[in-house]
Design a protein around this ligand. Structure first.
Ligand SMILES: Cc1cc2nc3c(=O)[nH]c(=O)nc-3n(C[C@H](O)[C@H](O)[C@H](O)COP(=O)(O)O)c2cc1C
Length: 145
């Protein structure tokens, strides 16, 4: 499957999750285009992908960071198959924890599984959650082929 994996990461936590997702997807033989979003980047969006996996940290009480918002605007039409993940901190309020994931989920109107990790992935539960997320997302995408 051709998969686009794009993520926004300020201090590296979300990048760590994205790297683990990438490792898993490639181990399963998928063709993944992965990158960190950035201002003024020239994104490889000429062709469409079978699946879009987008990840972001959360800023300003539950909001999506600006570079990810810009990237989403560059996608143009909303893709049909979008799975979202992110990192955040519960100290910003449980209702705001990984709010970007919730906001992007509402924006895309997707019912793919989501993944939320507190800060950087480091526990067995985190690694398990990441593997389960990848498995569940791929299963759902395969079911709709
Ligand atoms: C200014 C600022 C605002 C933040 N607001 C939230 C928030 O509302 N909700 C949340 O879950 N995390 C919030 N965080 C925490 C980050 O989202 C969290 O540390 C995340 O793991 C950072 O990811 P990164 O290392 O990929 O940049 C905030 C962090 C900063 C610096």
């Amino acid at each position: 499957m051709r998969i686009l994996l794009a993520y926004d990461s300020l201090s590296g936590n979300t990048k760590m999750v994205a790297d683990l997702i990438l490792e898993r997807l490639e181990a399963l033989g998928h063709d993944v285009t992965a990158f960190r979003v950035a201002p003024d980047a020239d994104y490889p969006l000429d062709e469409s992908f079978d699946l879009y996996m987008l990840g972001a940290w959360t800023v300003d009480y539950g909001r999506t960071p600006p570079d990810m918002k810009d990237f989403i605007a560059e996608l143009g039409e909303k893709p049909e198959h979008v799975a979202l993940f992110g990192t955040g901190e519960t100290q910003w309020g449980i209702e705001n924890f990984c709010g970007a994931v919730d906001r992007m989920e509402r924006f895309f109107g997707t019912d793919y599984p989501t993944l939320k990790i507190e800060q950087m992935p480091h526990t067995n539960a985190d690694y398990e959650a990441i593997n389960n997320f990848v498995q569940q997302v791929l299963k759902k995408r395969s079911g709709s082929l």
